[in-house]
Write a protein that binds this ligand. Structure first.
Ligand code: 4AZ
Length: 321
């Protein structure tokens, strides 16, 4: 009888969980204002509050700017695997709430860590599975300049022609230098078939776990130094709709060339990996947004339902015994 009561209670609990607002889209909202990026514009401070500047050190003290990243929770940054694919990294410095590379403002917080994870399937010669996670212990506080960006559930489809934004401290004009102030630009998603037609001359095959973004004519693109940073798309066409991270800046042939768009790791292909490695290390669940067209059914619920089913299974077992 006691077990039956416990089971009934857990069922009530589950219903409560379905209405749990923790699964709402909490990330991707800009509070203030409205890389190296070719053809973009300077960002205002707080415009892309999930942008992180990543520095690495090969000795104990000397940190050099390496890549961009995206804040996805209070203690995780998402980036590219190729940013960390070298031996002897002794430390990572993250600048969060970052606007200028050289003289961080009072809005910028720094976190030092050496806890990073490269996806086990990352292939350094093809750049497939170019995804990594960086963990830091001392959580950040969200404010106008520091906000996480939400992850999309695996079921969301990114359609061609959608306008998305790239941001970073990377190359703007072929000098090979990273720049002082964050820049951004809008880009279109290019469907994979078209992208492969353009890239076939370079013997590059883009697969479904990658997204091409840019323009047929070129002119606007990510470039050296923007790697690891976000390709963020609005949830809907509405101008107050939050952003979701769809891609990680990965590679391209040159920068901003005609018919050579930037190639981004598709987050949706790796969302399960991201969730798995962020839950297991902290117990924190990162909210995911699912297809906005289908209403507010959040992927995180699946994890919850699964746990509940396990509980129910155990209840039934106990009753049977
Ligand atoms: C890079 O070297 C890089 N045009 C990043 C993005 C692109 C090219 C190069 C895409 O980090």
């Amino acid at each position: 009888m006691l077990f039956l009561l416990a089971c009934a209670l857990s069922a009530v609990n589950f219903v409560a969980a379905v209405e749990d607002t923790r699964f709402e889209v909490t990330g991707g909202n800009r509070i203030a204002g409205d890389g190296r990026i070719v053809g973009g514009s300077p960002a205002s401070d707080g415009q892309w509050p999930w942008q992180v500047a990543i520095y690495t050190s090969l000795s104990q003290e000397n940190y050099t700017f390496t890549c961009g990243g995206s804040l996805i929770s209070k203690n995780y940054v998402l980036s590219a695997a190729h940013c960390f694919n070298r031996p002897n990294i002794t430390g990572i410095l993250l600048r969060i709430g970052v606007h200028g590379l050289t003289n961080p403002s009072s809005n910028t917080v720094e976190r030092y860590t050496n806890s990073y994870r490269i996806h086990e399937d990352y292939n350094a010669s093809t750049y497939k599975t170019d995804v990594s996670l960086i963990y830091f212990n001392d959580i950040v506080t969200y404010n106008s300049y520091i906000q996480p960006i939400s992850l999309p559930a695996a079921t969301v489809t990114v359609s061609g022609g959608e306008s998305c934004v790239i941001s970073g401290f990377g190359e703007t004009n072929g000098t090979g230098q990273s720049i002082a102030q964050l820049r951004y630009a809008n880009v279109d998603i290019i469907d994979t078939t078209t992208c492969n037609n353009w890239y076939s001359a370079d013997n590059i095959t883009v697969t479904n776990d990658q997204i091409c973004a840019g323009f047929e004519a070129g002119g606007i693109d990510t470039c050296q130094g923007d790697s690891g940073g976000p390709l963020a798309c609005r949830v809907s066409n509405s101008s107050d709709s939050p952003y979701v991270i769809q891609g990680i800046t990965s590679f391209g042939v040159g920068c901003a060339l005609a018919r050579r768009p930037g190639v981004y790791t598709s987050i949706q292909s790796y969302v399960d990996w991201i969730v798995q490695h962020t839950i297991s290390e902290t117990g924190e669940r990162i909210p995911l947004i699912s297809d906005p067209g289908n209403g507010a059914m959040y992927h995180g619920l699946a994890v919850y339902s699964w746990l509940w089913l396990l509980g129910l299974h155990r209840c039934v077992q106990l009753i049977v015994e």
